[in-house]
Design a binder for this molecule. Structure first.
Ligand code: ADP
Ligand code: MG
Length: 225
């Protein structure tokens, strides 16, 4: 099968990303160009066309922003961070969003030790925002997202569980591949960025899911004393 062949060709990640980015950016550019040509031919400004142009530009901006995060080397300052504080800030943000769509976010902190990690707070925040956002988006009508914080001997562990639509076994394999998205307006870059950031922090991210039941994302980061 063709997809398998492409996969086994093992293009470098850079090559894969470059090809995928070019592809993802070409569509909004084509659409922007089309509407601007129309505008210039008719000299008539339609508000709905302008809105499309603006949202297509937004999309290019989002994609390039995420590419920048992926490409950046170590321009960040890593220091001892308390994940409890980071999660608190993320939850305030996410609760405001989830309230609008009938999703309840539960938070449980069962850490025995201070959940300290060696990291960069903005990158870590964007991981939790991405993961919780995906969980909220997986819920169709109403549901819950449970976030828990825990510590073990060597790690700080964050679980994000939702009772949304879940991911099929087949799709679970494609998770975190650039531009894999099942959403109409998704970029499919969120998890690529998350994986990269967790990797930079010497951590691990894993996914468990059952179609129709929900998904559990587990993030493990080395604990600092
Ligand atoms: P995006 O959110 O832009 O689609 P992501 O990289 O964040 O991109 O996620 C990729 C895909 O993984 C999503 O489109 C969705 O199909 C799937 N996914 C991620 N998290 C969940 C979740 N909690 N429940 C169901 N599907 C998920
Ligand atoms: Mg996402």
């Amino acid at each position: 099968n063709e997809e398998m062949m492409i996969r086994t060709e093992k293009l470098s990640l850079i090559g894969q990303l470059a090809a995928a980015v070019a592809h993802e950016i070409r569509n909004p550019l084509t659409s922007i160009k089309g509407f601007i040509q129309l505008l210039s031919a008719t000299k008539k400004v339609e508000e709905s066309h302008l809105n499309i142009i603006l949202s297509e530009i937004d999309r290019i901006q989002i994609i390039s922003g995420e590419m920048l995060i992926l490409g950046k080397k170590q321009a960040f300052t890593y220091k001892r961070e308390n994940l409890r504080e980071i999660l608190k800030q993320v939850l305030v943000l996410m609760e405001a969003q989830s309230n609008l769509v009938n999703v309840k976010i539960n938070y449980r902190d069962v850490s025995k030790d201070p959940p300290h990690v060696y990291g960069e707070s903005n990158q870590l925040k964007s991981v939790f925002i991405n993961i919780i956002q995906n969980a909220v988006e997986a819920i169709e009508m109403e549901g819950y997202v449970s976030v828990s914080l825990n510590t073990s001997d060597n790690d700080v562990i964050i679980d994000v569980e939702d009772n949304g639509h879940g991911i099929s076994e087949e799709r679970l394999l494609s998770l975190g591949e650039p531009f894999f998205s099942t959403k109409e307006t998704g970029t499919g870059l969120g998890l690529v960025v998350c994986k990269k950031i967790i990797e930079r922090h010497n951590g691990e991210i894993s996914f468990q899911s059952e179609l129709g039941k929900g998904t559990k994302v587990k993030i493990r980061l080395p604990k600092m004393s």
